[in-house]
Design a protein around this ligand. Structure first.
Ligand SMILES: [Zn+2]
Length: 129
């Protein structure tokens, strides 16, 4: 499924209240009970531009913590879609940080700092030990 299709499916699930609650609390790891909590909107940078996505929060009745239920194509704490980060990490295998930053400028129309790319690499690429 393309990212566009994933986004469309997610939006439909959100609007028709078909999103599935997670089976475990992300904070305490317990089974909850988990309740739907607030909703908010967040931006996500894709190749086609920046989109706004609705996100639901879940409240754990056991530990009273809330956490966001993020779709698979969103990476927690990252503004870029998982596919953009994945694409960049693939390119970094054969291109320099500067070259990949230039490529993202062309594809996304955004300046991605080489520092950001190196942070992604540290976070998302496992180096063989
Ligand atoms: Zn909990």
């Amino acid at each position: 499924m393309s990212l566009d299709q994933e986004i469309q499916a997610y939006r439909a699930d959100f609007e028709e209240k078909r999103l599935a609650k997670p089976s475990r609390c992300e904070v305490c790891g317990g089974p909850g009970p988990l309740h739907w909590h607030a909703e908010y909107e967040r931006s996500l940078i894709c190749f086609e531009g920046t989109i706004i996505l609705p996100i639901r929060r879940v409240l754990c009745a056991t530990c009273r913590a809330t956490f966001a239920l993020l779709p698979d194509f969103v990476v927690k704490f990252r503004r870029y879609a998982r596919s953009v980060i994945g694409f960049s990490m693939d390119q970094l295998k054969r291109m320099s940080l500067n070259a990949v930053a230039d490529m993202l400028m062309e594809r996304c129309g955004r300046v991605v700092a080489t520092f950001t790319l190196s942070l992604w690499r540290r976070r998302f690429v496992r180096t063989p030990s």
